[in-house]
Design a binder for this molecule. Structure first.
Ligand code: DP6
Length: 323
């Protein structure tokens, strides 16, 4: 039966950056993320006998072929499992506070996997949903679960899945700084491909990941925000360094990203537990204690408008909505 399914976005503290297998979206390395409550996607899938192709309606607007590609990749797998041939209408609503422009493929593809499972009546396990979401977008595999989640790279389609690590029910949260000088970006898919193929720094990135991951897991089990933040920040900087070595080189940083990173360093010198991470875009995510979030947000308002800073707490895994 068609039902709305909600999935929250996640931000990686140990980044996924590069694929071992492009077609199956099997990554080069394990990654670890925190699912957050502030950004999420609601999706409903309806299979219809009279459709000539899948269609995606996002926030009320019909999307083009590019957006549909990842969606149909997931729907094809569902059709195969269910022995169905019908195409589907996918209705999706992104919940993003203010005009942040934070479209999230992680929450979107995770919600889609859940909604397609409901519509096809497959009754898939969370593990199967994670695998399915992964085939739409790698980071979506992690949004099936709440709290801290590790995506184990695995060796094939079956073994490459995310698993919950910790419920994050302790004093940790994230502030999103939405910078204004966003430029035309390189998608994460293209960016990681170019980096793997051309950057001499890519091997260096891979070489230290096991250590970062092991230390991160220990820091999470100790609920030590300073260790978590320190490792996340150095991991993100290493990932971003690989893009500068790519050919042609590129960066996701803008002038405002640098202002934000510097602000975080300044706050840290003043004694706060505050660290940053960044993904395939110029926005900066600030890891801090939930109990200090108001103070940190206030301090960041010296650099950015209040409407540019969004608070997030750890969020839940996917949910089937009653209506
Ligand atoms: C920098 O999951 O968007 O956010 O698998 O090609 O769809 P595809 O890529 P995607 O990449 C996310 C990259 C990242 C780091 C991370 O989320 O781990």
């Amino acid at each position: 039966m068609s039902k709305w399914v909600r999935a929250h976005t996640n931000i990686a503290l140990i980044k996924y950056w590069g694929k071992e297998n492009e077609a199956l979206i099997i990554p080069k390395n394990n990654s670890l993320s925190l699912t957050l409550d502030a950004f999420y996607t609601d999706t409903k899938v309806t299979f219809k006998a009279d459709l000539a192709a899948d269609e995606l309606i996002l926030d009320g607007e019909k999307q083009d072929q590019t957006a549909l590609k990842k969606v149909s990749a997931v729907l094809d797998l569902i059709r195969e499992k269910a022995g169905m041939t019908e195409f589907a209408t996918v209705e999706s609503v992104n919940y993003v506070p203010t005009a942040a422009g934070l479209a999230s493929s992680a929450s979107g593809l995770a919600a889609l996997a859940g909604a397609a499972n409901e519509a096809a009546g497959l009754n898939l396990s969370s593990e199967a949903l994670s695998r399915l979401a992964r085939r739409g977008s790698g980071s979506a595999s992690r949004s099936i679960y709440g709290g801290f989640v590790e995506w184990e790279k695995g060796t094939d389609d079956q073994t490459s899945v995310a698993r919950p690590v910790d419920d994050a029910n302790w004093d940790i949260g994230m502030l999103f700084i939405i910078v204004k000088d966003a430029k035309k970006d390189v998608s994460s898919r293209d960016g990681m491909r170019r980096t793997v193929e051309t950057s001499p720094f890519y091997d260096g990135w891979l070489a230290t990941l096991d250590r970062d991951l092991a230390e991160m897991k220990a820091a999470i089990s100790e609920q030590d925000i300073d260790k978590v933040g320190t490792i996340a920040e150095r991991n993100a900087l290493k990932m971003h360094a690989t893009t500068l070595g790519a050919n042609p080189p590129f960066t996701y940083w803008s002038a405002d990203s640098m202002v934000a990173m510097d602000a975080v360093r300044t706050l840290r010198k003043e004694g706060h537990s505050v660290y940053f991470t960044m993904d395939a875009g110029p926005n900066v995510k600030v890891i801090c204690k939930q109990s200090e979030m108001k103070t940190i947000k206030q301090a960041l308002c010296a650099y950015f408008g209040e409407e540019q800073i969004i608070s997030a707490a750890p969020g839940p895994g996917i949910q089937v909505m009653e209506n």
